[in-house]
Every structure is written in structure tokens, then in C-alpha cells.
Design a protein around this ligand. Sequence first.
Ligand code: HEC
Ligand code: HEC
Ligand code: HEC
Ligand code: HEC
Ligand code: HEC
Ligand code: HEC
Ligand code: HEC
Length: 435
Amino acid sequence: MGVPSVDPAAADKTLKPSRPAISLVLIALSTSSVFYASLWRESPAGAQPPIGAQEPVRNPRLAPQRLNGTQPDRNSVANTPTPITQSPTYVGKQICKECHAENHRLHALHGHAHTFRAADEPEVAEKFSGRTYTTPEGYGTYTYQAGKDGLLARIPEKFGDQPFQLQFALGSGHHGITLLSLVPDPKEGTVGIEHRASWYRNGDQLGATPGQLHTQPETLSELFGQKHVGAVMRKCVDCHVTTGTIENQGIVNLTPNVNCEKCHGPGSVHVQQARSMDRPPPFSVGRQDWNAEAEIQLCGDCHRLPAAISQAELREYPKPLTRFQPIGLLRSECYLESEGQLKCTTCHDPHTTFTAIEPQFYVDKCVECHRAEPPETASAPESGPRTPQMGPVKSHTVCPVSATTNCIECHMPSTTIDDYGTEFHDHWIRIHPKS
Ligand code: HEC
Ligand code: HEC
Ligand code: HEC
Ligand code: HEC
Ligand code: HEC
Ligand code: HEC
Ligand code: HEC
């Protein structure tokens, strides 16, 4: 199955605040659970409820999407303003739709448009509700229930009916969905609790959330998920939304999902100009400083660049690194030897979900470079981006094994990175030992 298709109009809706949230309080003092023991050691007199359980989990404050986003975006390239005195602000993708209807329609079908939701949206909640999951590490057996109080998890054998509210759902569901809650913390103010169970599309099953550390929980909330604090918590949200700031246990000024302006930068000035002239000045991708490097920085800011990966992993390139496509691409001969001609958008229209693309499309891309007869007009740019006047890209080596078919299977094979059958394509384009 592909990314779920949605009504594009509905895709712009902001997340509904969830219903009255419920506090997670200790209900029994006399259990022999090992976690209780350690939790209670943390509490000075043994009489206070543990950290994270003292206050009710508050309603997320989800502001409606408005023309008032003001946070500077970190995407340096996309957001260096055009030379105009006024700084641009966010307008929301419905405004872009007025003039770029096709980009808008395509984007609504992309994973980018569905990667951050309220956990109690039916499409998410139904994947958990009524199920149970037992953590192999002994945190407990979770049960889930969706209702007017949102999506709730419980550990009945330890806390009976006391629920923990699951607030946000990250991931479109193409591979999987992970739940995140913002809970109060006396030291940090707010911490993110990444739920320990995730939903996996493959087999429609619940399984362990990838990459979690299994430390002794210090708070009750940590029985439900790994704690993320500070910048790590903020980036977790930031990579999955267009705008939003964590405040208390909610997100203010939230525009969920990776929308137009996350990549193109805030659009108010462009919109004003486009409304007053036929050909507005270059904007975002049209600007002179926009080239292959700028683009890989943009995509890599979320899909990961080498700076986000440890030296040891970069050296060894273990299988799970295939999740981070720029890491692989940046070490490919095709990238290193093609004079700035290979970038993500060589093969991916950034507005079109890859699930809508036929395999032949990619083979054609390979063969555009790896073909037998170089056209006379071919030349490489001295510097900067390629222009149409430069003619087709230079030809390169042709495959001795298969000159015209099935390139991806042998040179960018799909790899399974976990026990749940999650697959990514290895973007380190190369001759694999087994092929
Ligand atoms: C702000 C962070 C961010 C940026 C910037 C970003 N992505 Fe993504 N991308 C994501 C997330 C999050 C997902 C996962 C979507 C999901 O939940 O399935 C994703 C998924 C994808 C997918 C697979 C889903 C699909 O429907 O096709 C492709 C392909 C993709 N991105 C390409 C790109 C390219 C190319 C760029 C640069 C032009 C880019 N992305 C920039 C965050 C980002
Ligand atoms: C640096 C940016 C970044 C951060 C930080 C980040 N993500 Fe993502 N996330 C992505 C991108 C990019 C994808 C798309 C991966 C793909 O499909 O290629 C993604 C995909 C996902 C998916 C879909 C499943 C999958 O593997 O494709 C889930 C679920 C998810 N992220 C949850 C989280 C949670 C929870 C956190 C915080 C604890 C987090 N992410 C932090 C960028 C990020
Ligand atoms: C993941 C990042 C990303 C998102 C999200 C995104 N774009 Fe783009 N967009 C790009 C990139 C990169 C290019 C340049 C493509 C190229 O060079 O082939 C581009 C090109 C364009 C162009 C000029 C070329 C064309 O396709 O007409 C327009 C217009 C555009 N985008 C509008 C939008 C609108 C409207 C949205 C939201 C509905 C949107 N974009 C969402 C990255 C993005
Ligand atoms: C009132 C109409 C209008 C609106 C609204 C609008 N655009 Fe545009 N946009 C244009 C026109 C006209 C062009 C120039 C097209 C051309 O030259 O081919 C353009 C060009 C672009 C380009 C290519 C830039 C370049 O210099 O090549 C991008 C990217 C883009 N728009 C993104 C957006 C985004 C994102 C939004 C929403 C924030 C948006 N536009 C809203 C009319 C509009
Ligand atoms: C923009 C041009 C370009 C594109 C597109 C491209 N390549 Fe390449 N590729 C190169 C260049 C340049 C080299 C270096 C060798 C040469 O000059 O032919 C190379 C090298 C290779 C090699 C040899 C790698 C090694 O480590 O020895 C393989 C295999 C390969 N490409 C496969 C592919 C496949 C498969 C695709 C499509 C998925 C593809 N290439 C797309 C330009 C490209
Ligand atoms: C030479 C072509 C090529 C280039 C360049 C390329 N990709 Fe891909 N990408 C593919 C192919 C082929 C697939 C598999 C498509 C399918 O399964 O239908 C894919 C799949 C993906 C997916 C879906 C998850 C996966 O790994 O299967 C994401 C996300 C993605 N690419 C991101 C990127 C990003 C980000 C860049 C730039 C750093 C990039 N790609 C550059 C060919 C390319
Ligand atoms: C059945 C697996 C298979 C398929 C399909 C395949 N290749 Fe290859 N390719 C190989 C192997 C194996 C080699 C190494 C051959 C050798 O060294 O003798 C290779 C070598 C190459 C090289 C390096 C050639 C050189 O002389 O350095 C390029 C470039 C290449 N392939 C591109 C492609 C492209 C483009 C396609 C699709 C049109 C493709 N391959 C399809 C297995 C395959």
C-alpha cells in the first residue's frame, strides 16, 4: 500500500486539541514491581507521586494555522530572504494552492503531507486501539483505548485503570507510526516521551520503537516511553512539522507536516509580488544561490547528512544507514564524478510521492548518464548549476551486465533494516559484492 490519499483540503486542517487529558497517578504503593521500587527511591519521602506524574498531562495547545508564523526557519538556503526590506512570514499551503494547484495536489499525496498528526485521529488510533503490546525489556504490557479522552495507553498489571495520554503521531504510516507525548518535568519544564511501541505497516503489527535506549526508568512516564529533552525533543518535532514551538505540554503556532514553506521558506513576500505582477522575482529554488549543494543540504537537514552520523558508522556503513539516503548518495561515484549534476531531484520530484513513480522512470535516469553514445553537444558547466543550453548531461560508462534494464535491483537494492521488514533503498550507488 502507498501513502494514504487524503482530501487535499482536509490536509491543511490543524490538529484538533485532544480532549481533557488525564493525569497518570500512582494508585498503589504496595506492589513488588522492580520499577516501583526504583521509582519510589527517586521520590524523597516515598509519598509523592513520581516525576512526570505530578501534574495532569495538559492539552496540547494547537493554534489554528494563520498568516502569523514568525519563527525564522533554519533552512538557511531556502530562507535567506530576497533583497526586500520586509521579512517574509508563513502564509500556509492553501494560499500556494491558488496559483500552484498541481504542486499542491501532488504534495497532498506525499509522505511529507502526513508525517505529524494528533494520535487520536481515527487513522492512527485504530492501529493501536484494542491491541496490547508487551515490551521485551519488562516495562510492562500496554493496552490501548481510543475514546473521547484521546488515545490512552495503560499498564493494567501495574496501574490498573490509570491512563497515559498519547498525544502526537509521527510518520505517515508508509513504514510506520511512532507516538510522542509532551509531559511536565520539574528540571526540564517539558520532556518528550517517545512511546516504546510503534505501529509497523509490514504485517500491520505493533513492535519496538527503533533506536531506543533501555535505561532504568526514573519516572512513571518512562515506563511508557523513552525520554527526550531539550534540543533532541525539539528537533524530533521540527523535522516533522513546518512551524511550531513547544510550550509547556503543547505546540504553539503549529503547522503540522513538511509543507511548501518548510522547503521554500516563508512565502508572504512572494505571494504579494505574484499578486501584483505576472512574473514575480526569483524565489527560493529560482534564486542564483540555489544549486545541487543547496538542495542536498535542504533534504539532508532532515534525511541526514554525514555530520549527523558517528565516524564509526560512516566508516562501516552498517545496513540501517540506508535509512539516511543522503549519506549513501554522497559517497556514490555517480555523485562524486558527475560535476554537480546528480542531486535528489534528479530522481525525485519533491512534490510527488515515490509510491506513484514507475520503476522504469529511475532506469531512464541511470541511462541518461550511463549510455553508449555521447551527444556532440554535451558539456559540463564551469561552475554553478547546469542550464538547458549546455545540452544533455555527459555520457558515462555503460554496464557490461545489463545496459538497459533493472539497474535498481543490482545497484540500489532494497535492504531490510529491522525485524519488522522495514525496507529502504541503498542510495550508495555501486557494484555490490553480491551482484
Ligand atoms: C523538514 C524535514 C524534511 C525535509 C527538508 C525533507 N524531507 Fe523528505 N521526508 C521527511 C519526513 C519526516 C518523511 C517521512 C514521511 C512519512 O512519514 O512517511 C520524508 C519522506 C520523504 C520521501 C518518501 C515519502 C514519499 O511519499 O515519497 C521522499 C522520497 C523524500 N522525503 C524526499 C525528500 C527530498 C527529495 C527532499 C529535499 C528536496 C526532502 N525529502 C526534504 C522530512 C523531510
Ligand atoms: C533530523 C530530522 C529528524 C528527526 C530529528 C526525527 N525524524 Fe523522524 N523522520 C525523518 C525523516 C527524514 C523520515 C523519513 C525516513 C524515510 O522514510 O526515508 C522520518 C521518518 C519517521 C517515521 C516514519 C517511519 C520511517 O522510519 O520512515 C517515524 C515514525 C518518525 N520519523 C518518528 C520520529 C520521532 C518519534 C522522532 C523523535 C524522537 C523523530 N522521528 C526524529 C526525520 C527526522
Ligand atoms: C521537500 C521539499 C519541498 C516541499 C515540501 C515543496 N517543494 Fe516545491 N520544490 C522543491 C524543490 C527542491 C524544487 C526544485 C525542483 C527542481 O529543481 O527540480 C521545487 C520546485 C517548486 C516550484 C517550481 C517548479 C515547479 O514544480 O513548478 C514550485 C512552483 C513549487 N516548488 C511549489 C511548491 C508548493 C506550492 C508546495 C506545497 C504544496 C511545495 N512546492 C512543496 C522542494 C519542495
Ligand atoms: C498569486 C499567485 C501565486 C501564489 C499565491 C504563489 N505563487 Fe509561487 N509563483 C507564482 C508565479 C507567477 C511564479 C513564477 C512562475 C514562472 O516564472 O514560471 C511563481 C514561482 C514560484 C516558485 C519558483 C520560483 C522561481 O523563482 O523559479 C516557487 C518555488 C513558488 N512559486 C512557490 C510558492 C509557494 C511555496 C507559495 C505559497 C507560499 C506560492 N508560490 C504562492 C505565483 C504564485
Ligand atoms: C548525473 C549522471 C549520473 C546518473 C544519473 C547516474 N550515474 Fe552512475 N555514475 C556517474 C558517474 C560520472 C560515474 C563515475 C564513472 C563514470 O564516469 O562513468 C558513475 C558510476 C557508476 C557506477 C560505478 C560505481 C563504482 O563504484 O564503480 C555504477 C554501478 C553506477 N554509476 C550506476 C548507476 C545507476 C544504477 C544509476 C541509476 C540509479 C546511476 N548510476 C545514475 C554518473 C551518473
Ligand atoms: C539515482 C536516482 C536517485 C537519487 C539521486 C536519489 N534517489 Fe531516492 N530513491 C531512488 C529509488 C530508485 C528509490 C526506490 C523507489 C521505489 O521503491 O519505488 C528511492 C527511494 C527513496 C526514498 C524512500 C525510502 C527508500 O529509501 O526506499 C526516500 C526517502 C528517498 N529516496 C530520498 C532521497 C533523497 C533525500 C535523495 C537525495 C539525497 C535521493 N533520494 C536521491 C532513486 C534515487
Ligand atoms: C544483474 C545485475 C545488474 C544489473 C541489472 C545492472 N548491473 Fe550494472 N553492473 C553489475 C555488475 C556485477 C557490475 C560489475 C561488472 C564488472 O566489473 O565486470 C556492473 C557494473 C556497472 C557499471 C560500472 C561499469 C564499469 O565499467 O566500471 C555501471 C556504470 C553500471 N553497472 C550501471 C548499470 C546501469 C545504468 C544499469 C541499468 C541500465 C545496470 N548497471 C544494471 C550488475 C548489474
